[in-house]
Design a binder for this molecule. Structure first.
Ligand SMILES: [Zn+2]
Length: 117
């Protein structure tokens, strides 16, 4: 069971989406409902997270992440260690707390286990 589960995850592996401005290298932050970076006058589209597939849901739950939704309808997963994991359209994911070196969710969870929760 564990083997087929892993195989399915690897088939649809999500890549890390680090939403950083290519000009100023800042992660856009929300101010008054608008996403902005350090570049003057530049605004960013707010991309909402999405619910994972059934397999991903199971994988995230197995790794201590619970599905949540906020008042704006943003969807994300809250990890038992307090991190927030977003799944984005286009087979991408991100977590602010994950080191930049983690390209996949699997690498991130392995990192979490290696540092201890
Ligand atoms: Zn910028």
């Amino acid at each position: 069971m564990e083997t087929s589960h892993r195989a399915e995850i690897e088939d649809s592996v999500r890549s890390r989406s680090v939403n950083r401005c290519p000009q100023c290298n800042e992660v856009p932050q929300e101010t008054d409902g608008t996403l902005t970076c350090a570049c003057k006058g530049k605004t960013w589209l707010y991309v909402q997270g999405q619910k994972g597939t059934e397999v991903e849901e199971k994988y995230l739950a197995d790794n201590g992440c619970c599905y949540a939704e906020d008042v704006r309808g943003d969807k994300y997963y809250v990890a038992s260690w307090g991190a927030i994991v977003h799944l984005y359209p286009g087979n991408r994911w991100d977590c602010d707390a994950a080191p930049k070196t983690c390209a996949t969710l699997e690498e991130y969870f392995a990192w979490v286990r290696s540092v201890g929760e």
